[in-house]
Design a protein around this ligand. Structure first.
Ligand SMILES: [Zn+2]
Ligand SMILES: [Zn+2]
Length: 731
């Protein structure tokens, strides 16, 4: 195999004259030879030509009698000339390289505006600009050793825009006639440049001036002057010296992905990334190389939905979470579902815009630059030569969670794994964590129409509260302290039917709150919500409860509850984390009946007839006692009717304590054992009633118990330490 070196040491000879050489047909770019190594000449060659002479412009006038001046500047940018290539296929008579250059000015004028010496006096100018083509032909000696290359420069007729303006003045004895003409003129002249070979040179720059007198043209004695200046600035470059650098926009490190209203809508601000070609050795030097850039998103997350609980599980799609959007990337062709964006033209630099479609979007950007000669260069991140993938978002600790969010949350230095479930606050409960992994806390949830990322330090409890009884208690200033949120110090978040997998048994994947998840390393457990309902009967099983037990083939031993509230165990049985509770039901009618009974026990001793019986002044038959009981109920009912505001306040207090009690069961808290033990202020025991109403007198003073302290804690030494929220910790 013969090889040729193209050393463009420009000891250039330029031959003037339009018809000196026959124009060669350039071959298509596809026919160009394949380079044999990775070194290429890049740079510019500029040729300035001017000539002055007689007889050049137009043969229709007496030869030798016209004088004209011609000047032009032709600039070529070389960026695809290989130093070495297979010569066998391309013989010396071939024209392997075709490079287009620009021809800046082109002007042909008579020296003082007139062609003289002919019968008609003529003024004529040509001016314009266009492009030219250079064909490079290497020439080797008999042994295949390269000797020189020949640059054959020809104007591109289709691209020429040269106008000739002419006017003739014909003077006879009788009259003077003037004729004006404007036509599109032909291009001026082909040129050939011969470049001797010099393999040792690495860069070439300089200037050559040549000037000579033309004595004859076409055998006729037509003297003229020819001048040329050739300026060249060429570098032998290697792609190993060319690098493509990924430069993320200045906010990259702070960028946190956001989702839109649905999976087809981009959320928040996009990420903008520039890529540019540079010379490794001279990064500040402007490079003449150009490339087509291919931006690829790889390992892009496809988490269902836009966050953990939007949209509903059966509506969530698994589409890419990071995409190039065609609308944001008008200079690029976007394909592969927004994962690829490619340059339309060769450029020194390119910009891509990446949009986020998920609150936990994740991916890596790889950029490949294909240089004009076909060589591929994989871009690296600016300042990090080894890093060929830009991680989106910035994620130095490699857990798919944006570092910026971890820094804001104060956990960045802990280097937590994506599936970490260890929220510590409040401390001292049975287990840390709440079943929501680090990645899921970051990706977030929608609660009551607002997206929220969860604090990694705090435990959250999800509550389905369709009757809004939990929220009503939490918002009522009079009973806030008794609310479950206050006594458990957990953060409660409310989900409606669109934001969980629906009510029912955990065995049937119901009550799950973090359901839009695919990426297993980012998921700790299917975490369940507490389902809290209000039933206005005097005791009933929740809807679907018995069916779920049947389907699970579990024998339900419990009988119909008749308590103020009831924590219905799921088929897994027993108190524990929320997975174990099918539903918590509050029965306000039972609550009302219970506290009416309480009033009866407290207030009835005040009725004169009771006092008389108790004092032995009268005796009662069974029928009398029945009648008396009825009278007492009526008396109490009337008393309540006469105190509607107090009754309302009392009822919400009773509901609050029943609710806190049942919800404590819902996170694993058992009854006090023995029942009378434990703190009097604990929502689990009933000690508070004795404490609140120690005497009949005290009850008479404050019959609705509105002035006394209501329970406001879970026993610090026992109930508190039984709280378990994480379904993972309870497995
Ligand atoms: Zn209980
Ligand atoms: Zn307790």
């Amino acid at each position: 195999m013969r090889r040729i070196w193209l050393g463009l040491s420009l000891a250039v000879l330029l031959l003037g004259g339009a018809s000196a050489l026959t124009s060669r047909r350039p071959q298509s770019q596809n026919d160009q030879p394949v380079p044999l190594d990775d070194s290429f000449w890049t740079g510019t060659i500029t040729i300035e030509i001017s000539q002055k002479g007689r007889g050049i412009p137009d043969s229709s006038y007496p030869r030798g009698s016209l004088e004209s001046e011609e000047s032009q500047v032709i600039t070529f940018t070389l960026d695809q000339v290989p130093r070495l290539y297979d010569l066998d296929k391309w013989g010396n008579d071939k024209v392997p390289f075709v490079i287009k250059g620009s021809r800046r000015t082109l002007k042909v004028v008579p020296p003082d505006g007139n062609y003289k010496g002919c019968r008609e006096e003529m003024r004529s100018t040509k001016s314009g600009s266009g492009t030219a083509t250079v064909n490079l032909t290497p020439e080797a000696d008999d042994e295949g050793k390269p000797v020189k290359i020949r640059l054959w420069i020809s104007p591109n007729p289709d691209d020429e825009n040269v106008t000739q303006k002419s006017s003739w003045v014909t003077t006879t004895e009788e009259s003077t006639k003037t004729q004006n003409d404007e036509t599109k003129a032909g291009a001026v002249g082909n040129r050939e440049v011969v470049v001797p070979f010099d393999p040792d040179q690495r860069s070439l720059s300089g200037e050559k001036t040549k000037s000579h007198t033309i004595e004859k043209q076409n055998g006729e004695n037509l003297p003229g002057v020819y001048n040329e200046i050739i300026r060249y600035d060429l570098t032998l470059s290697r792609p190993s010296d060319i690098e493509a650098v990924i430069i993320p926009f200045s906010g990259y490190e702070d960028w946190i992905p956001e989702g839109g209203k649905d999976e087809d809508t981009e959320g928040g601000f996009p990420i903008v990334v520039d890529v540019e070609l540079r010379l490794k050795s001279k990064p500040d030097k402007e490079i003449s190389e150009k490339a087509k850039f291919k931006f690829e998103l790889i390992d892009t997350s496809k988490e269902p939905g836009v966050c953990l609980n939007v949209p509903k599980k059966d509506k969530a799609k698994r589409s890419y979470d990071l995409k190039f959007k065609q609308k944001n990337n008008s200079d690029l062709d976007v394909s592969n579902e927004g994962q690829i964006a490619q340059s339309k033209d060769y450029q020194k630099t390119e910009t891509a815009v990446i949009s986020s479609y998920d609150w936990g979007a994740y991916g890596k950007l790889r950029v490949t630059a294909t240089l004009a000669r076909g060589k591929k260069v994989v871009a690296h991140v600016e300042g990090k030569p080894q890093k060929e993938r830009l991680v989106i978002p910035c994620d130095e600790n490699d857990n798919r969670v944006a570092d910026e969010w971890e820094k804001q949350a104060g956990v960045f230095d802990k280097k937590l794994p994506a599936n970490w479930d260890g929220a510590e606050e409040p401390k001292g409960q049975k287990a840390p964590g709440d079943g929501i992994s680090l990645f899921e806390r970051y990706r977030g949830f929608e609660f009551e129409g607002i997206h929220e990322r969860l604090d990694p330090n705090q435990k959250y409890l999800f509550v389905h509260d369709p009757d809004e009884v939990v929220r009503r208690v939490a918002q009522d200033a009079n009973v806030k302290a008794t609310s479950f949120e206050a006594v458990s110090k957990l953060r409660l978040r409310y989900v409606d039917d669109d934001h969980w997998t629906g009510g029912g048994s955990s065995g049937e994947k119901k009550r799950i709150v973090n359901f839009n998840t695919d990426w297993k390393p980012g998921h700790a457990v299917d975490q369940h919500a507490l389902d809290v309902a209000v039933d206005t009967s005097f005791g009933a099983f929740p809807e679907g409860y018995l069916d779920a037990f049947n389907r699970a083939n579990v024998n339900l031993k419990g009988s119909m509850p008749s308590d103020a509230g009831f924590t219905f165990p799921d088929t897994t049985g027993g108190f524990g984390s929320p997975r174990r509770t099918f539903q918590i039901v509050i029965f306000p009618f039972v609550i009302r009946k219970e506290y009416i009974n309480f009033y009866v026990s407290c207030l009835s001793p005040q009725m004169p007839i009771i006092v008389a019986v108790m004092q032995g002044k009268i005796s009662m038959t069974y029928d009398d006692a029945q009648k008396l009981g009825k009278e007492m109920d009526e008396w109490i009912e009337e008393y309540i009717r006469n105190h509607p505001e107090e009754n309302k306040q009392a009822l919400i207090r009773w509901i609050a304590v029943v609710l806190a009690h049942e919800m404590a069961h819902g996170v694993g808290v058992e009854h006090h054992n023995p029942p009378e033990s434990g703190s009097a202020a604990c929502v689990i025991g009933r000690g508070f009633i004795k404490k609140a109403a120690p005497t009949v007198g005290a009850v008479m003073e404050d019959p609705f118990l509105l002035k006394v302290a209501w329970p406001d804690e879970l026993c610090p030494d026992r109930c508190w330490s039984r709280i378990i929220v994480s379904d993972l910790a309870d497995k």
